[in-house]
Design a protein around this ligand. Structure first.
Ligand SMILES: *Cc1c(COP(=O)(O)O)cnc(C)c1O
Length: 427
């Protein structure tokens, strides 16, 4: 009888056989730029498939040619990564931004409309506003919490409703954990699609994936990752991934070949190693985050905590989306101190264990100040509208001992000057 193993079981073996490499149990680093063909006929056949000159035979393996096109570390990583999301195919990149920019370039045409959720990751926001617009793509953002009717109205009012190319979302949003309903976006995209032209739904799943949210199951066409975050998980690599149907990922890989932004063999190998502990790490991180978030919510110097694990039925639609879409609350906790930048900085400057750094999803806990760091480039009025205040701190919770972590957060909070409401004092 054949057993279907779970992804965490397959991370140590899937897609690799020791006999390929002198019996090595672990997949080696294939640090080579080019691969020797056995015969000229074989080289010809490999190129025909790689360049799409003919269909690949049912039994035919894609031959190794040149490491910009393919490499065992890249391909085995893709085979393993796709298991978590139940995707047909995956393409891995040298950064999250290269995965995002390649997917957007491949699937958008001049004249198309791109509808996106706010707030977006800073790099993506810059790419959308300053690069895509240069290529004649119309871009339009919607606010956190927007309803289906609002999305439809925005598209109709844009004058481009017959050119909706893609709805691009980040959920939960960074740094406030606002949720976007993926299935709702699918239904809006369907409403503006025709049999000849499907409006795609693309989800940047960096914040929750690949464990706690599987966008393809909710109707997304493409899933994107900064693999620098949870997938890499040790703050020692920059990498990215794009997942979806075999047909779409073939298109993404073809553009990747010509942009030349594929993952390097050594980075691919590091990520293969990271994937073996992915579930263990993410489970411990979410367990720690739940402990920390609950205690922060009760602390007298804290005004508000944004954490999916604190949502309750009173939160209405957000809670309903969370229940449908996510299997755990994750390890990203944002909170507002009572006060402003002075109080937030005092807290950050007194942390002893938690590092003051951007990025997220790693084994070590990291804290940063979105208003002046990751979201420094966001327009001030939009910042206020999205809840990115001067008193907001974002925390990525790691795998440390939870009591040690709490000790650090609490001692730093103790050092924050007691906040006096100056607006009242001045009266
Ligand atoms: C970090 C990040 C990116 C960009 O990824 P890089 O690996 O830094 O290029 C994109 N989206 C989100 C949500 C991120 O956190």
């Amino acid at each position: 009888m054949k057993r279907k193993f779970q992804p965490e079981t397959l991370m140590m073996s899937h897609g690799y056989r020791p006999e390929w490499s002198e019996g090595a149990v672990k997949c080696p680093i294939f640090q080579t730029s080019t691969f020797a063909f056995r015969t000229a006929e074989e080289g010809k056949a490999f190129f025909e498939v790689a360049y799409g000159l003919r269909e690949q035979g049912a039994r035919e393996k894609t031959g190794l040619i040149y490491s910009r096109i393919n490499n065992p570390d890249m391909e085995i990583l893709e085979e393993r990564l796709k298991l978590w999301d139940g995707a047909e195919a995956a393409a891995v990149f040298e950064s999250g931004m290269s995965a995002i920019s390649t997917a957007l370039f491949e699937f958008l045409q001049p004249g198309d409309l791109l509808l996106y959720s706010n707030p977006l990751y800073g790099g993506t926001s810059h790419f959308v506003h300053h690069v895509l617009t240069k290529f004649g793509i119309n871009v339009l953002g919607f606010r956190p919490g927007a309803t289906r009717a609002e999305l439809v109205q925005l598209i109709e009012a844009s004058g481009k409703k017959d050119r909706l190319g893609m709805i691009y979302i980040e959920t939960p949003a960074n740094p406030t954990n606002d949720l976007v309903d993926i299935a709702m976006c699918r239904s809006v995209a369907d409403q503006f699609s025709t049999p000849e032209r499907r409006a795609l739904v693309t989800v940047d799943n960096t914040y929750m994936g690949p464990l706690w949210q599987h966008p393809l199951r909710h109707g997304a066409d493409l899933v994107l990752y900064s693999a620098t975050k949870y997938i890499g998980g040790h703050s020692d690599v920059i990498a990215g991934a794009c997942l979806g149907s075999a047909e779409r990922i073939t298109r993404v890989k073809t553009l990747r070949t010509f942009l030349g932004n594929m993952i390097a063999p050594h980075t691919g190998w590091l990520l293969l190693r990271s994937l073996e502990t992915l579930k263990l790490r993410m489970e411990k991180q979410t367990e720690n985050a739940q402990i920390v978030a609950r205690r922060l919510a009760r602390h007298p110097k804290i005004a508000k905590v944004y954490y999916l694990g604190l949502l309750s039925p009173e939160d209405g639609e957000a809670y309903a989306i969370y229940q449908r879409q996510c299997s755990a609350p994750g390890a990203m906790v944002s909170f507002e101190l009572k006060g402003g930048e002075r109080e937030a900085f005092a807290f950050l400057n007194h942390l002893k264990l938690v590092k003051l750094a951007v990025s997220l999803g790693s084994t070590e806990s990291l804290a940063q100040h979105p208003a002046t760091m990751t979201h420094a480039g966001v327009d001030p009025t939009e910042k206020a509208a999205f809840g990115i205040t001067d008193a907001l701190v974002r925390l990525s919770v790691g795998v440390e001992n939870a009591e040690d972590l709490w000790w650090d957060l609490e001692q730093a909070l103790d050092k924050v000057p007691a906040w006096v409401d100056t607006t009242v004092e001045m009266v």
